[in-house]
Design a protein around this ligand. Structure first.
Ligand code: C2O
Length: 547
């Protein structure tokens, strides 16, 4: 194992998309940002230098951060933001993970332009549990706004309405030929016939789950959220924001005399207007005689499921199973110390006097977990916790029970108002947790990609309608459930997850739709230190930013 050093200089950078140029916040003047490559077991040091006027923080999404919570990154949760002119070195070791993850800014909406792949290769003397691919290609989905994303979310929060939808989806930062004046801004994957390519798919889009498909090709799913899965073939991949999926693409055995579109389009069940556009890239085969690409060939286009294909999504997620191989698979908790039932969904908050609000019935949009719309404090919770100095920062009374009335998929309550607070759950070290996440239909049923920091969890059950605590647990899969860091709570349904609270610190959990996070669909867990020295969170690094 080695130590890998990176420097991320946060700088403004001019980018032209959809025929207009704007200055974006970038890492090292790259968009999408640079790849972070390491092997399992390596230590990674990333020095982030803030050369812009905004406050910044970076999160290493899906990295477990075992006893390195100071490097996790969500602003006001594990650290104060890095202020203009300052720097902070994130220091973590990659333990028991291999595959694809990604890094992104974790403050306001800066992750709209600040994101890039994390590639974790197997240890030097280890290999993949599948045939070594000929080439590996990161494919990172994003969203592009012609406006400044910070202005988009700030305007939405001020008026209480929904933020403007993005102007395009992107593949590796490029909208592709189906968008206005973007044919030259197209991701092209140039391939040889008869080879296997490992595509590292990352959904870094802000607010949309995606379907992804390649015309006339199927792919084999081999990994999800940096954990190997039982391989299965599919022509369409479902991927929510915060999820990563490795797939093998076997190219045609012979030169096909055609070019193939790869495309992604949104899966969406909520209400309101929606920009139903498609991002596309091209797969171009190398011509056998002159080694050229894309010679006067026919173009094939994939068929993507329609916008609201909830049944398709449920079928797809059911197929994801862990490898159930002790070499790669963590142990599924068979017993539970603590059960939680949390509702996740949209709601609203009152409009201030003399203001006009653009949310539902003249209120402001909000979102909550157990009806608590989580307010970030003005200082970082992890420091407050570590130095036992948390009064005025947070309270440890996160409500264990969901609000009444209870029928989340039936008639919504008359009062849709959320409560506000910075309320946490405290877990003793090594608690085995079962958490049921239930979507509400208070303002329309919608799926929520819930992401937990600091842990992988097992998805032991899921279903539609209201969770039934009497009959549903009997159907849980405790043998080969998929292990992930982000789960799509189905629209009008529920999921049950289990994890072992073996990582001391303060851990964020939130919807990976940034608009829902901004509205308060976020909460925090504290995992206490264990008794042994190896079960305690070490003291903060000396360069940890101050608020
Ligand atoms: Cu990918 Cu808390 O985030």
């Amino acid at each position: 194992c080695v130590t890998r050093h990176y420097t991320f200089s946060i700088v403004q950078h001019n980018v032209t998309r959809l025929c207009s140029t704007k200055s974006i916040i970038s890492v090292n003047g790259k968009f999408p940002g640079p790849r972070l490559v390491a092997r399992e077991g390596d230590q990674v040091l990333v020095k982030v230098v803030n050369n812009v006027t905004n406050n910044v923080s970076i999160h290493w999404h899906g990295i477990r951060q075992l006893r390195s919570g100071w490097a996790d990154g969500p602003a006001y949760v594990t650290q104060c933001p890095i202020q203009s002119g300052q720097s902070y070195t994130y220091n973590f070791t990659i333990t028991g993970q291999r595959g694809t993850l990604f890094w992104h800014a974790h403050i306001s909406w800066l992750r709209a332009t600040l994101y890039g792949p994390i590639i974790i290769l197997p240890r030097k003397n280890d290999s993949y549990p599948f045939k070594k691919p000929y080439k590996e290609v990161p494919i990172i989905f994003g969203e592009w706004w012609n406006a400044d994303p910070e202005a988009v979310i700030n305007q939405a929060l001020q008026t209480g309405g929904g933020p403007n939808v993005s102007d395009a989806y992107t593949i590796n930062g490029l909208p592709g030929p189906l968008y206005n004046c973007s044919s030259k801004d197209t991701f092209r994957l140039r391939v040889k016939p008869g080879k296997t390519y490992l595509l590292r798919l990352i959904n870094a889009a802000m607010n949309d789950e995606l379907f992804f498909s390649i015309a006339n090709h199927t792919v084999t799913i081999v990994e999800a959220d940096a954990v190997y899965v039982k391989p299965f073939a599919t022509s369409v991949v479902v991927i929510t924001p915060g999820q990563t999926t490795n797939v093998l693409l076997k190219t045609k055995p012979h030169y096909p005399n055609a070019t193939f579109l790869m495309a992604a389009s949104p899966y969406f069940t909520g209400q309101g207007t929606f920009d139903n556009s498609t991002v596309a890239g091209l797969i171009e085969y190398e011509h056998p005689s002159d080694h050229s690409f894309n010679k006067n060939t026919t173009l094939f286009k994939p068929t993507l499921p329609p916008l609201g294909s909830t049944g398709f999504v449920a079928n797809f997620t059911k197929k994801l199973r862990s490898l159930n191989n002790p070499k790669y698979t963590a142990t599924v908790p068979q017993t539970v110390d603590k059960r939680f039932f949390f509702t996740v969904g949209l709601g609203s908050s009152p409009c201030p006097q003399n203001a006009t609000c653009q949310g539902p019935n003249g209120t402001k949009f909000a979102a909550s977990v157990n009806n608590v719309s989580f307010a970030l404090p003005a200082t970082a919770m992890l420091q407050a916790h570590f130095f036992k100095n948390y009064s005025g920062v947070y309270t440890t009374d996160f409500p264990a029970n969901p609000p009444n009335p209870y029928n989340y998929t039936g008639t919504p309550p008359n009062n849709t108002f959320v409560s506000n607070g910075t309320r946490l759950v405290v877990l003793p070290f090594n608690t085995s947790v079962e958490l049921v996440l239930q979507d509400t239909s208070i303002l329309g049923a919608e799926s929520h990609p819930l992401h937990l920091h600091g842990f992988n969890f097992f998805i032991v059950g899921e279903g539609f309608n209201n969770y039934d605590p009497t009959n549903d647990p009997a159907k849980f899969n405790l043998v080969d459930p998929v292990e992930r860091n982000t789960v799509g709570v189905p629209s009008g349904g529920w999921v049950a997850i289990r994890f072992l609270a073996d990582n001391p610190g303060v851990w964020f959990m939130h919807c990976h739709f940034d608009v829902h996070t901004s509205w308060g669909l976020r909460m925090t867990w504290i995992v206490q230190d264990g008794l042994l020295a190896t079960q305690k969170l070490p003291p903060p690094p000396s360069d940890l930013p101050k608020c």
